[in-house]
Design a protein around this ligand. Structure first.
Ligand SMILES: Nc1ncnc2c1ncn2[C@@H]1O[C@H](COP(=O)(O)OP(=O)(O)OP(=O)(O)O)[C@@H](O)[C@H]1O
Length: 723
């Protein structure tokens, strides 16, 4: 601290003489300034409350809080709200506005003389600030129970520092305790059976085989890759190989030789999608040809959400499974791991038995979790270059027959590098696929003029480029029909692999299906099968198109577009009204409801069903919302609208919420102005939600290119802890 009389001015070098912003001199001044920021929606009331709490706490301990302590406390909390685990004080002083994204772009100005964040931090010496923090009783090195932790130049809320330490410890322990594979012959035989041996000596290595081998010898491993690179296929093969080895090494005849495997994903949607794709992959396994001929039942196909698996308790942050009650499993697979935040990841490690393996799957380039932490991204920072030690490469060659290119070897590779595998070939998109080409170019941060020209001129079969010239309702019209006429050859006669692809559709498609395929009301029959089948068909049809937005507000945000699209569907006679509950209304669940078994991100469609009876015993139509069953069985859950607490209409959804989902046709809306959320990761995630058709609705030229040039950098210490 700068002492009882210490002021913020002590910490500044030179401040512009005229017009001088009014810098806060005391903690009270700083809190008043933070109040102004809360009023303008620059920071959350919670950030202010945390700063107030810290000031009160230190005062109670006999320390006079200084302005900078109040400001930094609010800023750490603000950063956590933005998905960072901590605030790097050096980054803050070096690049204040990009670090804090304050003031937010497009948000109103402050009164004259009121300092901007850059006035407060940019001219401060970071070492002096770190020294000041180190002397406050509000800050510790993690060992004492202070609300803030300072680790080097990184300032944490204590809870988040603990999460990061727990995750690093969980990973380190597993990296240090590799599986003892004294005899690699069974693994080699299993891998050769599953992947073949064609590519082993020449041609590019089979990175799926390499990933399997690495994961087989580690208790912690990460398999990352873009869409369709075979993450699911690889993990299914890996599980088959592990069960095959377990069968081979079983000591007691008759005893169950199999490893206990659980599959999980962070959201219900992601869990359902993995359940769907894993079933097919398991069916294709050559199990009888594997050593030990493991039974098909040994490879699970049911996927649960992490919350459900850990045993969440309503209204509590703690889980039923924890250090004292570990999960009964030998292998845990987490799919879509980029969406897992540090809080949940720490809970997973707490509940994981020491000997259990953890396999994380995901696309490192996708948006990170909405909540704090970019765990997968941090762990995969060096995945592109692999950094395998020569001895790792030798072992891989012995087990897989694959020779790795020399640029992937590094005699100084880290222990973590030896457990991370990147899949490098997409089996979903061929070289002519615009979605694949756009995704790679976006990732590389390079959308060339030629590539954009190609998209504009229908140079790709699967991409349409839409702009809003002279047409007010262009986006709503597109949402109605999906604009097949804007695609090459009207989206007709397209074949992917050997399979013909249906042309692109918009929301008119599922709404017509609701009308045209509704079962006939049969007073005698009380079975619901035909209604379930209808709802299943409607839900699948709704998945054929989705409008994805970067923003929530404004004409090109979720709110504006939901309003416009509902208006257009209404004027086309496809829905009866545009507000409240009506048949055809699609809803997105926005908070977990454990009583109803609904999870944040679940999507349902409101349908009119004749299950109630009037006094005369005749069927009466009422609205129910149909959700896909959470067990991936393909069934339907019907829920009365009045029971749904947190939900919103979902013609348009944010790219953030769409993570873990995939749509036959996605329309990505690039708004007319650059905002902090518009980044390379967001554009990449939006593009890769499209399976067969992508519409790029570009409201303002230049914004897309600029967005792709900006990458999210999240402050975190995890990679450093594992180095
Ligand atoms: N080695 C391979 N050879 C041929 N086809 C493959 C191979 N690996 C995967 N595929 C096919 O490519 C498609 C995508 O594979 P998979 O679902 O495993 O990828 P993913 O990375 O999990 O995809 P997602 O982006 O959906 O997460 C599937 O149809 C799969 O059968």
């Amino acid at each position: 601290m700068t002492g009882e009389s210490g002021t913020i001015a002590d910490l500044f070098d030179a401040v512009e003489p005229e017009p001088a912003p009014r810098l806060p001199q005391t903690a009270a001044d700083a809190l008043a300034l933070l109040d102004e920021w809360v009023e303008r929606d620059w920071i959350r009331a919670l950030d202010h409350a945390f700063a107030t709490f810290v000031c009160t706490m230190v005062r109670e301990q006999g320390e006079q809080p200084v302005a900078m302590l109040a400001l930094l406390s609010a800023m750490v909390s603000h950063q956590v709200g933005r998905g960072h685990v901590c605030l790097d004080v050096r980054h803050l002083c070096r690049a204040t506005e990009p670090t804090l994204v304050l003031p937010p772009e497009g948000v109103g100005s402050l009164p004259e003389n009121s300092p901007r964040p850059s006035d407060l931090f940019a001219s401060v010496d970071a070492d002096q600030l770190i020294g000041m923090l180190g002397q406050s009783c509000a800050v510790s090195n993690g060992e004492q129970a202070a609300p803030l932790v300072l680790d080097g130049s990184r300032l944490y809320l204590r809870r988040f520092w603990r999460y990061e330490q727990a995750i690093a410890a969980g990973i380190r322990t597993r990296l240090d305790n590799r599986v003892a594979l004294t005899d690699t012959a069974p693994l080699k035989t299993a891998l050769d059976t599953l992947f073949g041996t064609e590519n082993d000596s020449d041609g590019p290595p089979d990175y799926q085989k390499v990933a399997c081998a690495l994961a087989a010898r580690n208790r912690f491993s990460v398999i990352t890759g873009g869409p369709g690179t075979g993450k699911t296929t690889t993990v299914v093969n890996l599980l088959a190989a592990l069960q095959s080895m377990a069968c081979e090494s079983a000591e007691t005849a008759g005893a169950n030789p199999y490893l206990r495997i659980r599959l999980s994903a962070p959201t219900g949607k992601a869990a359902a999608r993995l359940s769907e794709s894993i079933g097919g992959a398991v069916d294709r396994l050559p199990l009888e040809s594997l050593p030990g001929a493991p039974d098909k039942s040994a490879i699970p196909t049911q996927v649960t959400t992490l919350h459900r698996m850990l045993g969440s308790r309503p209204g509590s942050r703690s889980f039923r499974h924890n250090e004292d009650n570990p999960l009964p499993l030998d292998i845990l697979v987490i799919d879509e791991a980029s969406m897992v935040d540090v809080d949940l990841m720490a809970s997973v490690f707490a509940a994981l038995p020491d000997k259990a393996r953890l396999i994380m799957l995901g696309d490192k380039d996708q948006l990170a979790s909405v909540d704090a932490g970019a765990v997968l991204g941090e762990l995969c920072q060096r995945a592109e270059g692999a950094h395998y030690l020569p001895q790792t490469a030798q072992w891989l060659q012995a087990v897989t027959g694959c020779q790795l290119p020399s640029e992937l070897l590094d005699s100084e590779g880290l222990a973590l590098d030896q457990a991370v595998a990147m899949l490098r070939k997409s089996y979903r998109f061929d070289e002519h696929s615009g979605i694949g080409v756009l995704a790679s170019a976006t990732n590389a941060g390079q959308l060339s003029r030629e590539l954009i020209g190609q998209c504009r001129n229908q140079g790709f079969e699967d991409v349409a480029w839409l702009t809003g010239e002279n047409d007010m309702g262009w986006l709503a019209n597109h949402a109605l029909t999906g604009s097949p006429e804007r695609f090459h050859s009207q989206g007709m006669q397209r074949v992917v692999g050997t399979a013909p692809v249906d042309p692109p559709v918009g929301y008119g498609h599922y709404l017509k299906l609701i009308r045209d395929r509704k079962p006939v009301i049969d007073v005698e029959a009380d079975g619901r099968e035909s209604w379930d089948a209808w709802a299943t068909e409607v839900l699948a049809a709704f998945n054929r198109f989705k409008v994805l937005c970067a923003l929530r507000q404004g004409p090109f945000g979720v709110e504006g577009l939901n309003h416009d699209i509902a208006g257009r569907l209404h004027s086309a006679g496809l829905i009866e009204r545009t507000d409240g509950w009506y048949a055809g209304r699609p809803v997105l669940i926005t908070g977990n409801d454990y009583n109803l078994g609904l999870m944040n991100g679940d999507i349902g469609i409101t349908l009119s069903v004749p299950w109630d009876r009037n006094d005369a015993g005749e069927p009466v139509e009422t609205l129910r919302v149909a959700f896909p069953s959470s067990d991936g069985s393909g069934g339907v859950r019907w829920i009365s609208p009045s029971r749904l607490q947190s939900m919103e209409t979902v013609y348009a959804m944010t790219v953030h919420k769409s993570q873990g989902s995939e749509f036959t046709h996605a329309c990505l809306v690039i708004p007319d102005r650059l905002t902090p959320v518009l980044t390379r990761e967001l554009v990449y995630t939006g593009i890769t939600r499209a399976r067969h058709w992508l519409s790029l609705a570009v409201c303002q030229d230049g914004v897309l290119k600029e967005a792709v040039g900006r990458s999210v950098i999240r402050a975190s210490g995890l990679a450093g802890l594992l180095a």
